[in-house]
Design a protein around this ligand. Sequence first.
Ligand SMILES: NC(=O)C1=CN([C@@H]2O[C@H](COP(=O)(O)OP(=O)(O)OC[C@H]3O[C@@H](n4cnc5c(N)ncnc54)[C@H](OP(=O)(O)O)[C@@H]3O)[C@@H](O)[C@H]2O)C=CC1
Ligand SMILES: O=C(CO)COP(=O)(O)O
Length: 331
Amino acid sequence: MKFAVLGAGSWGTALAMQLSRNEPTVLWGRNKAGMDAMQESRSNEQYLPGIKFPEKLIIEADLQQAIEQSDAVLVVCPSHAFGDILQQVKPLLGERPLAWASKGFEPGTGRFLHEVADEILGDSVPMALVTGPSFAKDVAMNKPTLVAVASVAKYQDFAKQVSLALRSDNFKAYISEDLMGAELGGAVKNVLALATGIADGMDLGDNTRAALMTRGMAEMMRLGEALGCKPETLMGLSGLGDLVLTSTGDLSRNRRMGLALGRGQTIEEAKKTIGQVVEGIGTTDEVMRLAQKYHVEMPITEHVWKVVHDEMTTVEALSALMGRELKPEFD
Ligand SMILES: NC(=O)C1=CN([C@@H]2O[C@H](COP(=O)(O)OP(=O)(O)OC[C@H]3O[C@@H](n4cnc5c(N)ncnc54)[C@H](OP(=O)(O)O)[C@@H]3O)[C@@H](O)[C@H]2O)C=CC1
Ligand SMILES: O=C(CO)COP(=O)(O)O
């Protein structure tokens, strides 16, 4: 199956490189000059400097051409651009199935990206999500990586095709039928990576990081239960796996944003330094929206929200979390 990967940032480029280790793969990005530069250097110097493309990677700056050359589409844009991109893709898609690898919700509504896709494309288009612990740089450098490919039950055949297309000696994608659970894990972990980053930026130590990851995981599980997600999905690659990666790995943009906030920088200052999408900032609003709608207690998320919205300093947030009423660990 030949894919058109839409989105030539770090993750779109890395996934297109991975697919093109097997079959010819088309990579489309919105910036024509940037695509020309990639074709010239056979690398993405802006997002993955110094890492050469496989021979079978085809660079294409025209969206229609990119899709027409392909059997399936993989969208890898920031979550805030997902709906826009799908609107552009819709008239060009034909019978092709569509996967995505973005992590987050529709801004302003808290809708899952599969809900956005269902509304725009209709549920007769086979769809799947690629998610899990996977830094773009490591995949681009062909380091061993495990992810999950999730779809609803009726589109498991497409999930298997996506998994096979990605498969190589150093890359394996497990199949899952819990699309919502996989989406939830990949989004909530970004908020928790902010929390652990903040703590590390404040130099609070290893105990604090372990506490935030564990109690953060409990928040993810409570929200997942309220939404009807499978607990094992959240304990798997797309939840716990990605939480561990982004709460401890300094390649994580969300963790780096947290580190900057913990050291007293502003969001705008940190965004400039990071220079890439930091999904957790917007996702914090949407996770809070879901927590309120489903009456789920998520104190770590709530305090990240307060820090992000300047309602509390990091020191006040820490003190408020530590001062919470004592209660059983599991209730
Ligand atoms: N990087 C990683 O390791 C991983 C990322 N992800 C997820 O993948 C998604 C994409 O992130 P990533 O590639 O890392 O982000 P980057 O910041 O590396 O790149 C973002 C890309 O999206 C493009 N873009 C930004 N806004 C729009 C828009 N409105 N319409 C169309 N394209 C747009 C940018 O184009 P331009 O350069 O022209 O601004 C750029 O090509 C996110 O949801 C992220 O959470 C998931 C797993 C791993
Ligand atoms: O989702 C990711 C790895 O699985 C990337 O995390 P960041 O967006 O925090 O860099």
